[in-house]
Design a protein around this ligand. Structure first.
Ligand SMILES: Cc1cc2nc3c(=O)[nH]c(=O)nc-3n(C[C@H](O)[C@H](O)[C@H](O)COP(=O)(O)OP(=O)(O)OC[C@H]3O[C@@H](n4cnc5c(N)ncnc54)[C@H](O)[C@@H]3O)c2cc1C
Length: 460
């Protein structure tokens, strides 16, 4: 299932032939997964040491995963500071926060330098609440941010939000003035071009079918085998196919859709160059304008895959087109009947504390991994590329000592318990989101299941 973003980007990238791996290959570093994590890591490694022979192995086309499907909110990691600080100390937490700001700037500068049409828009993200019950939970976070000397979040009331976005839905919110919006498809295909220009070998239509935890490690593909000094697993939700990584994350899908261009209509309702909206539901909704005057929106809490069977969920969105229309129309009722260009869905890889996890595979120290962005990977994947590059180079530096490099855990049970329990948690979350809007309590059974819900990248 291709997103409208990726379809557009592939059209613009027409000359870029996919080159499947045919035969055996020996390289310094093999990176499995051609999304932001894999491509940024390849670029970072070549910038640090141009003599390295680096290959990216992607089973489809680069961008076919989350990187070509997301909503394009490039968010700083400030809201995760309290968790990062609890896991390490203030200095190391702040290092990650600052690195995420630098990551947003890197997206802007790399795009400008390499002619990537990432449509970087400094219009911010508004973190709002669509009912009184979900409003105000940012107060504690605002106090904490002040303590960390982070001043980029500003409270807005209903009138100010209406003026900024034309939407009446949020009752209050916080604007994140350090965030930006991008075109995810052009960014990921652009990073592929940058990687190629630096001499990275990119093999698309080349799935890893087996991983040799040997010395040196190997990556088997349908028509060849890659032997590398180091292997980087940049597999996002597909990390669940690696037994060692399975118990530290779970996956749930998010639905997305995009209208056809309606720039005049957006101008009329005050949403043309407006900030993007995200709400405070646990099954978060987002709604943003695009550079060419469309609306793109998402709703999480879609398919819950069984085990690592993510591909079975890709066939269609969890919700019907009408249900998706309702999500967008709640923000802008006058857009209910506009033509939809396409709808798609994609996986979200969640860790229990909402933070990505990086490290070395316990069964083979020469295989490193990074995943678990928990719904916010656009900027953090760039942060992760520094960590992965330092792990590959066996460095002991601020990146490898970061709190994001941490032991794998057993947060999520094996199947079938994971799927069965997941359905109960999912139902409890949906009930809570609904009851919050109706001003009702969820009751003790839902409260019990809510205790098992993974944290989001932002408080809810
Ligand atoms: C609908 C949606 C909306 C989102 N919105 C936002 C947002 O607004 N802001 C934000 O920050 N984040 C958002 N995210 C999350 C963000 O997209 C991800 O965190 C980010 O793209 C992760 O990048 P990645 O490179 O790690 O993963 P991916 O881009 O998924 O890359 C992994 C790659 O591995 C490949 N692969 C899998 N198995 C194999 C194999 N066996 N062999 C070879 N290759 C393989 C896949 O094809 C894929 O291309 C959203 C995600 C979704 C689905």
């Amino acid at each position: 299932m291709r997103s409208v973003w990726l379809t557009e980007a592939l059209k613009a990238d027409r000359g870029a032939a996919a080159t499947p791996l045919d035969g055996d290959l020996k390289v310094d570093v093999a990176i499995v997964g051609g999304g932001y994590t894999g491509l940024w890591t390849a670029i970072e490694l070549k910038s640090r040491d141009p003599s390295l022979d680096v290959a990216v192995i992607e089973r489809d086309v680069c961008g076919a995963g989350g990187s070509g499907a997301n909503a394009g909110f490039a968010l700083p990691m400030w809201l995760q500071l309290p968790t990062l600080e609890r896991m390490s100390d203030t200095a190391r937490a702040l290092h990650i926060g600052r690195a995420s700001i630098q990551a947003i700037d890197d997206i802007r500068t790399v795009s400008a330098e390499h002619g990537i049409d990432a449509q970087f828009s400094a219009a911010n993200t508004l973190w709002g609440a669509t009912c009184e019950r979900q409003s105000g939970h940012w107060d504690r976070m605002m106090t904490l941010m002040e303590a960390f000397q982070v001043h980029s979040y500003k409270l807005l009331d209903r009138d100010q939000i209406r003026e900024a976005t034309g939407s009446d839905a949020p009752v209050a919110g916080v604007i994140d003035t350090a965030s930006a919006m991008i075109h995810p498809g052009h960014l990921v295909r652009g990073l592929r071009r940058v990687a190629l220009s630096k001499g990275v070998r990119v093999h698309e239509n080349t799935a890893m079918t087996a991983l040799g935890r040997t010395s040196p490690p190997t990556v088997t593909t349908p028509r060849g085998r890659v032997t590398a000094r180091k292997v980087v697993l940049a597999l996002y939700g597909w990390s669940l196919s690696i037994p060692e990584l399975r118990s530290s994350a779970m996956v749930m899908f998010t639905d997305a859709a995009m209208t056809k261009p309606i720039p005049g209509k957006l101008e009329e309702i005050g949403f043309r160059n407006a900030p993007g909206l995200t709400d405070s539901r646990t099954f978060v909704e987002s709604c943003r304008p695009t550079a060419d005057g469309r609306v793109m929106w998402t709703k999480s809490g879609g398919w819950l895959p069984y085990g690592d069977r993510l591909d079975a969920c890709y066939r269609r969105t969890f919700r019907s087109e009408d249900e998706l229309r309702d999500v967008m129309a709640a923000y802008h009722p006058s857009l209910r009947d506009v033509a939809i260009e396409g709808a798609w869905c994609g996986p979200i890889d969640r860790t229990m504390n909402g933070l990505p996890i990086f490290g070395r595979l316990p069964t083979c120290r020469d295989i490193v991994f990074g995943y678990g962005y928990s719904g916010a990977g656009v900027a953090p994947s760039r942060v992760g590329s520094h960590i992965l590059a330092s792990l590959v180079q066996d460095l002991d530096d601020a990146w490898t000592r970061s709190p994001l490099v941490r032991p794998l855990d057993r947060s999520f049970p094996p199947e079938p318990l994971r799927w069965i329990g997941g359905q109960f948690v999912k139902a409890a979350i949906a009930r809570k989101d609904r009851h919050d809007h109706e001003g009702r309590d969820v009751g003790p059974i839902a409260r019990f299941w809510l205790r098992f819900k993974p944290a989001s990248y932002k408080p809810s």
